[in-house]
Ligand binder design. Structure first.
Ligand code: ADP
Ligand code: MG
Ligand code: ZN
Length: 731
């Protein structure tokens, strides 16, 4: 059969509408399939170019394409983008709850007038009766279901409304379907096809491998410090840190800021405006790091995110793949770092307890896959891709922690044979953990009820522990000797290739799993700062002398250079580089650059001369518990908000607000409050106070200042100017 569109014509249209000179990946094949009127199923990783797979055919085919997509924001972006491709602004529209009556009427007019080629819906709007009635009147070219994994409870983003798509389509009228998703395990794929009634669809599956992503799992011992260090080592690069709870997001953001990192928070509990602004600040690189719940990231298209950190283990590998997938979209560096502790898994299981049993079961199985991924010392890439039904055959991917630091391999030929034989005998009604319990001889109620505690396999592998058998079974799955039942998820059985192996075992080696929790060392996770008193009195007094000298050189009072707690901290921590100096209490980037050089030089010489062994690890600045408002204050001042408004928003009186600001400034953060002083203070007065601190002050004491300056100046005025002064001269 002659293709309905000649090669050249399709390429011309691609160029004409979208300005691209060639198709990406499977796009062309997919588009031809849609144009031929066949049902089409597209599995393509995020960024692969799924939208074009329905946008281009929609423009070429007769009638209107109905596009179903879960998020209003995504829809709006796409419609805006489509309009730029065409001179006809009615070419694409969306119909959702955000439109008023007249806007809806406009859309319908355009559709009826034949101007519209794509009509976007959220599933809940599609199911509305008057929309259905309207759509019955028009010619639908095809239905596109984007983010189709939302149909499946086994996906990471189940939306019950998606289940109603098929019945509604039946009501509206028959037309071909195209379903698209970036996450489909074989299980999810089956669900989607079944639910949409498109089992016969042509399936186009792209590889989900992202060769540039580096996957790493670390034990979660001292996670705050590890994250701070990681971010500092990657200074200037954009990164995302995912946490499971909003509370953790807020805490960590604060901790990062206290440690001199430009970070912002993002979670669904924040108001829409703040969220949009923080997202924007991240996209525009006004901040380096966004700390977020998984609410952040859908539709974010920042190509140069250089790392994605999971503070907590994700609930499923689908989620993990999606979230890590936001790193390195431009094909450049993308470091995916996850902190793992089995305790987190137990916490997650506890959270599930309130949910319906069926949902709990699913949740647990998905979680189990994550545990298996995390603990395995097999290639991460291989494990991940296998999970998505893809066979990755390289022995060493060279770009994951397990491949870069391989564990010694041990011969597992005999064990594998034992496991397969045992599985064959007990049958195909059980999950891996059941088989492992049988092999290790662990009597459970379930095993008793099936009588397998009397089987010859019971305890047949007792010389090894559960972890060992877990690794053996995982190997069997990866080698394709054992199948996982997709319909009844998680049940395993020996397949033909496995039978073959039992008859004629071939050499097989495995690596034992990581035991992250065993690696957990006793650690003082966050070292409190400002413990008071200098440990090294000699150094402390040398530093004080130096401070005097430096202050003189700059024509500044010594307290502006560094305050005493900073010098004390230096004589405990012995920072010898500017980088390390920034971890000293009260020292931010600005201060370190401005005055730090001579101090670290002195300390370095001192350390060398005295052969001092320095505390090895970086010191993390902790944040006080009452500082929930700190970030808010910093951000508000950055945005030049009125102090009264800031105080009101945080339920502080003005005096308390100033105290908070002073604390922020004294810990080395630079704030620019001149906008406020300009507006609310007499300029001459402000200059007088400034001059006092600049020329006369012996210390930053407020009482002394009040005494010296006299009654013409209020305490508040003096404090305000002092803040400005410390920021400009010191921080
Ligand atoms: P997905 O929905 O699969 O995540 P998108 O449809 O959003 O991906 O496309 C991702 C990016 O790829 C977009 O910036 C899009 O403009 C671009 N793109 C799509 N097709 C092509 C192509 N044929 N050539 C170049 N860029 C393309
Ligand atoms: Mg998309
Ligand atoms: Zn690897």
């Amino acid at each position: 059969m002659k293709p309905p569109y000649e090669d050249t014509l399709l390429h011309e249209k691609l160029k004409e509408y979208f300005g691209f000179s060639s198709f990406k990946g499977n796009q062309e094949a997919v588009i031809r399939n849609v144009l031929a009127g066949r049902d089409t199923f597209v599995l393509m990783p995020t960024g692969g170019g799924k939208s074009l797979c329905y946008q281009l055919p929609a423009l070429l085919m007769e009638g209107v394409a109905i596009v179903i997509s879960p998020l209003i924001a995504l829809m709006k972006n796409q419609v805006d983008a489509m309009r730029t491709f065409s001179t006809e602004s009615g070419i694409a529209h969306f119909l959702n709850s955000s439109l008023n009556k007249s806007a809806v009427a406009q859309v319908r007019n355009d559709v009826l007038a034949g101007k519209t080629k794509l009509l976007y819906f959220a599933p809940e709007s599609l199911t509305k009766e008057d929309n259905v009635a309207f759509l019955r009147k028009i010619k639908v070219s095809f239905y596109a279901i984007d983010e189709a994994h939302c149909i499946s409870e086994w996906g990471h983003d189940f939306r019950p409304e998606y289940r109603r798509i098929r019945p509604i389509i039946n009501e509206i009228g028959h037309a071909p379907l195209i379903a698209l998703t970036a996450t489909a395990t074989p299980k999810v794929q089956l669900d989607i096809q079944k639910n949409l009634g498109m089992s016969e669809a042509s399936v186009f599956r792209s590889s989900f491998n992202r060769p540039n992503l580096y996957y790493e799992i670390r034990p979660k011992n001292d996670v705050d410090r590890d994250i701070i260090r990681f971010i500092k080592q990657n200074e200037g690069k954009s990164g995302i840190v995912y946490c499971l709870s909003r509370k953790k997001v807020e805490e960590l953001t604060e901790l990062l800021i206290a440690n001199g990192i430009r970070a912002l928070a993002y979670h669904a509990g924040m108001d829409a405006q703040t969220r949009a602004r923080n997202q924007d600040d991240f996209l525009m690189e006004r901040v380096e790091v966004i700390v977020a719940t998984i609410a952040f990231g859908m539709g974010i298209d920042k190509p140069d995110v250089r790392y994605v950190i999971h503070y907590d283990i994700p609930k499923s590998l689908e989620g993990y793949y999606q979230e890590t997938g936001r790193a390195g979209r431009d094909g450049g560096e993308g470091h995916c770092l996850t902190f793992y502790s089995y305790k987190d898994i137990q916490k997650l299981e506890k959270f599930m307890q309130g949910k319906p049993i069926a949902e709990q079961e699913i949740g647990k199985l998905l979680l189990l896959e994550t545990v298996s991924y995390a603990e395995s010392s097999m290639c991460r890439r291989k494990t991940l891709l296998h999970y998505f039904g893809e066979d990755y055959t390289e022995d060493n991917c060279g770009n994951c922690d397990n491949c870069r630091n391989p564990k010694p391999r041990i011969d597992a030929r005999a064990s594998l044979k034992t496991a397969l034989e045992a599985l064959r005998d007990i049958g195909d009604k059980f999950k891996s953990d059941y088989l492992i319990n049988v092999l290790t001889g662990k009597t459970t109620a379930l095993i008793k009820s099936y009588g397998h505690h009397k089987s010859k396999w019971f305890g047949a592998g007792a010389e090894h522990d559960q972890r060992y058998w877990g690794a053996v079974l995982r190997q069997a799955l990866i080698l394709g000797l054992v199948d996982k039942n997709i319909e009844n998820y998680g049940l395993i059985s020996v397949n033909a290739k496995g039978e073959q192996f039992i008859l004629m075992p071939t050499p097989v080696t495995i690596t034992l799993d990581h035991d992250y929790d065993e690696q957990e060392r006793e650690s003082d996770s966050v070292v409190p700062v400002g413990k008071g008193g200098a440990a090294d009195e000699e150094l402390f007094s040398m530093l004080k002398d130096l401070r005097k000298k430096v202050a003189k050189k700059h024509g500044l009072p010594p307290f502006v250079v560094f305050q005493d707690p900073s010098l004390e901290d230096m004589s405990v921590q012995y920072p010898v580089t500017l980088e390390e100096l920034q971890n000293i209490t009260g020292v931010g980037v600005g201060k370190a650059r401005r005055f730090g050089e001579e101090f670290v030089r002195l300390i370095k010489a001192y350390v060398e001369e005295k052969e001092i062994i320095r505390p090895q690890d970086m010191i993390v600045k902790s944040v006080g518990s009452k500082s929930g408002s700190k970030i808010f204050i910093i951000q508000s001042i950055d945005r030049k908000m009125d102090f009264e408004d800031i105080a009101r928003a945080k339920d502080l009186d003005f005096d308390e607000l100033l105290t908070e600001i002073e604390a922020i400034v004294n810990s080395g953060t630079r704030l620019d409050i001149s906008y406020y002083i300009r507006e609310f203070m007499d300029e001459d007065k402000a200059d007088d106070i400034y001059l006092y601190f600049r020329e006369d002050a012996q210390s930053d004491s407020l009482d002394e200042a009040i005494e010296e300056l006299g009654a013409d100046y209020t305490e508040e005025e003096i404090r305000l100017v002092r803040i400005k002064f410390i920021c400009e001269q010191g921080n």
